[in-house]
Design a protein around this ligand. Structure first.
Ligand code: FAD
Ligand code: SIN
Length: 533
C-alpha cells in the first residue's frame, strides 16, 4: 500500500501544472503523478492551434475575449468563471513560458498571434502547429527537475475509494461523500493496488474515443468522468461534444484522425464542397471562421446533400514558404499521403474532438466529492457553456490547475489518511475466454454513438442509442464481474458509462443550443440551463 498527501491522476497540461505548483510549495512532501500510458501520451500533446490569451492590450482586451467566449457558449457559460479564466490567463501563460515553453515570435521579438473560429482578434499564441507537444515537453522537463514528484507510468486508475468501500450505502443524495484514495491496476505487475491520498486531483482528459472518428488519442476514454459517476458525484452537460470541422479524411484509417488545425482557416484556408463551392458563405456571415458548431454542422449538411464522405480545404493560394513555416507538421503529413497543399485540396471531415461537460466543479476546482478535485478536459467548470471557443481549453486547464493548488494548500493540513480501507477483492474472477468480445463491443459502442448521437440528433435516434447501450452495459457488466481486469475491459466499461451520460444529457435537453442540435427541437428553450446527472 502506498500513501501520499497529493495524488494526481493524469499527466497532461492540467495534472502536470498542478503537480509542479504543489511540489514547489511543499518541498518536504511527495506528490504522486499517475498515468495509464507513457508520460506524454495525452490530448495535450496533440494540441495544434495554440493557447488563446490576451497579451496585447493595444489591439485586444479582456472584454473582447470574454465576449467571444460567451457568444460561443450560447447562453449558458458561467460568466464569473469566464472572467476568471480570461483575466488570470496571462499570468498562467507567463508561468509556462518561465518553465521553458516556447511560443513563436516575430522578428521584433513580439509574439506571433493566430486567429481561429469565433475569435474577434488575433490572440492565439502557438509553437508552429505543434503547440501542445511543446507545452507538454516543457512541463515534463520541469517535472523531472522537481525531486519530490514521483511519476508513475502505466498505472490504470480503476476507481476512487469512498465510504462505499467501507460498506456504507451511498446514493446521489448522500451528503459528504469523501475520497480516500484510489484502486489502480499496475500494468507492469498486473496487480491491483490501493493508494491512499489526502487530496486527489482527476486530470484524466477527454472522451473522444467514444466515437468512431476522433482527433483524440487512445487514452481519451472518459475514465475520470465514469469513476466520479460510479462514486455518485455530479456530472454536468455531457451532451456538448465538440466535433472539430476539419480532421484529415483518410479512408480506411481507424483510430485517431489527424487534425488540420483551425489556424489554417485563420490564415485564409477555404472550405469547398464536391462542386468547388465555398459553401460557408451560405451558412454564416463569419464564413470559414464561424464558431465550430456552425462550421461542423454546415460540413455535415454539405456532405449529406452532395453524398460525399468529406469536403475540401483549399490552401492552394497560400505561399508554400509561409504555410511550411506555420504548419510544418501538417505539410509533412499531407506530403506523406501524396497531397501537395500548393496543388491539391485537403480532404477533411468533422471528428469528435472535445468534451465541454464533465465532472462538475466549483470555481476552485472542487468536485461534489470531498477532497476530490478535477481540472482540465474532464472537468465542467462553466467556462465553455454549450460550445468551447477554440484554444480556450489549454488556458482553462492552467488557470484551474492553479486554483486547485491554491485551495488545497491550506486544506491538506487538516486531512488525515483513512487507514481502514479494504484491499481490492478479485475473488472468483478468471481470465476472459475471448478478448475479441471486448473489441467487438467497443466497435459497437463507437458505431452507436456516431450514428445516433453525432452532430445532428433527434429523439428517435437518442432512444435507439439508449436501448442499445443498455444491452452493451449489461453484457459488459457480466464480463466485469467475472473476469480478471484488463485496461481494455476497464476502458470499455468507462466508455459505455460516458456514452450513457451523453445520451441522457442529450435526451433531457429538449432544445438546440451550441453543440447540441436536435431536429425535433430546433429552437432554444429558456427553461433548460445546465443538465446535472
Ligand atoms: P490530457 O492532456 O488528455 O491528459 C490526460 C491524462 O490522464 C493522460 O496522462 C492519461 O494517460 C491520463 N489518464 C486518463 N485516464 C486514466 C486512468 N484511468 N488512469 C490513469 N491515468 C489516466 N486545446 C486548445 O486550447 N488549443 C489547441 O490548439 C488544441 N488543439 C487540440 C488538438 C487536438 C488534436 C486535440 C485532441 C485536442 C486539442 N485541444 C486544444 C484540446 C486540449 O488539447 C485538451 O483539452 C487538453 O490538452 C486536455 O488536457 P488535460 O490535462 O485535461 O488532459
Ligand atoms: C485546432 O488547432 O484547430 C484545435 C484548437 C482547439 O481545439 O482549441
Amino acid at each position: 500500500m502506498r500513501q501520499t498527501d497529493f495524488l494526481v491522476i493524469g499527466s497532461g497540461i492540467a495534472g502536470l501544472t498542478y503537480a509542479l505548483k504543489v511540489a514547489h510549495q511543499f518541498p518536504d512532501k511527495k506528490v504522486v503523478v499517475m498515468t495509464k500510458a507513457t508520460a506524454d501520451e495525452t490530448n495535450t500533446k496533440y494540441a495544434q492551434g495554440g493557447i488563446a490569451v490576451v497579451n496585447d492590450l493595444e489591439n485586444d482586451s479582456f472584454e473582447k475575449h470574454i465576449e467571444d467566449t460567451l457568444i460561443a457558449g450560447d447562453g449558458i457559460c458561467n460568466e464569473k468563471v469566464v472572467e476568471i479564466v480570461v483575466k488570470e490567463g496571462p499570468e498562467r501563460v507567463q508561468e509556462i513560458i518561465d518553465w521553458g515553453a516556447r511560443f513563436d515570435k516575430e522578428g521584433d521579438g513580439d509574439y506571433k498571434r493566430g486567429k481561429e473560429g469565433g475569435h474577434s482578434e488575433f490572440r492565439i499564441l502557438h509553437h508552429k502547429d505543434v503547440t501542445g507537444k511543446e507545452m507538454e515537453r516543457a512541463l515534463i522537463d520541469a517535472v523531472a527537475k522537481q525531486t519530490n514528484i514521483e511519476f508513475i507510468k502505466h498505472c490504470f486508475v480503476i476507481d476512487i475509494i469512498t465510504q462505499h468501500h467501507l460498506g456504507y450505502l451511498i446514493t446521489k443524495s448522500t451528503p459528504d461523500i469523501e475520497c480516500y484514495g484510489v484502486y489502480v491496476l499496475n500494468l507492469e505487475t498486473n496487480k491491483i493496488e490501493k493508494i491512499l491520498s489526502k487530496i486527489t486531483l482527476l486530470a484524466t482528459g477527454g472522451n473522444g474515443q467514444v466515437y468512431r472518428t476522433t482527433t483524440n488519442p487512445y487514452i481519451a476514454t472518459g475514465d475520470g468522468v465514469a469513476m466520479v459517476y460510479r462514486a455518485k458525484g455530479r456530472i454536468e452537460n455531457m451532451e456538448f461534444i465538440q466535433f472539430h470541422p476539419t480532421a484529415l479524411y483518410e479512408p480506411g484509417v481507424r483510430g485517431q484522425a489527424f487534425l488540420i488545425t483551425e489556424a489554417v482557416r485563420g490564415d485564409g484556408g477555404i472550405l469547398r464542397n464536391k462542386n468547388g463551392d465555398a459553401f460557408m458563405e451560405r451558412y454564416d456571415p463569419r464564413k470559414d471562421l464561424a464558431p465550430r458548431d456552425i462550421v461542423a454542422r454546415a460540413i455535415d449538411s454539405e456532405m449529406k446533400r452532395t453524398g460525399t464522405e468529406h469536403v475540401w480545404l483549399d490552401c492552394r493560394h497560400f505561399s508554400k514558404e509561409k504555410f511550411v513555416e506555420h504548419f510544418p507538421n501538417i505539410y509533412e503529413k499531407c506530403i506523406s499521403i501524396g497531397i501537395d497543399i500548393t496543388k491539391h485540396m485537403i480532404p477533411v471531415a468533422p471528428a469528435a474532438h472535445y468534451s465541454c461537460g464533465g465532472i462538475k466543479t466549483d470555481e476552485w476546482g472542487r468536485s461534489s466529492i470531498k477532497n476530490l478535485y478535477a481540472c482540465g478536459e474532464c472537468a465542467s467548470t462553466g467556462l465553455h457553456g454549450a460550445n468551447r471557443l477554440a484554444s480556450n481549453s489549454l488556458l482553462e486547464a492552467m488557470v484551474f490547475a492553479h486554483r486547485c493548488f491554491i485551495d488545497v494548500a491550506e486544506k491538506v493540513k487538516s486531512i488525515s489518511f483513512n487507514m481502514f480501507l479494504p484491499d481490492w477483492n478479485a475473488e472468483g474472477t478468471t481470465d476472459p475466454k475471448e478478448m475479441i468480445l471486448i473489441t467487438q463491443s467497443l466497435k459497437e459502442l463507437q458505431l452507436i454513438m456516431s450514428d445516433y448521437v453525432g452532430i445532428v440528433r433527434n429523439d428517435i435516434r437518442l432512444q435507439r442509442a439508449s436501448r442499445r447501450l443498455d444491452l452493451l452495459w449489461e453484457e459488459t457488466e457480466q464480463l466485469y464481474q467475472s473476469s480478471s481486469l484488463s485496461p481494455q475491459l476497464l476502458e470499455l466499461r468507462n466508455m459505455i458509462s460516458v456514452g450513457y451520460l451523453i445520451v441522457k444529457g442529450a435526451s433531457f435537453r429538449k432544445e438546440s443550443r451550441g453543440l447540441h442540435f436536435n431536429t425535433d427541437y430546433p429552437g432554444k428553450s429558456h427553461l433548460v440551463q445546465n443538465i446535472v446527472l
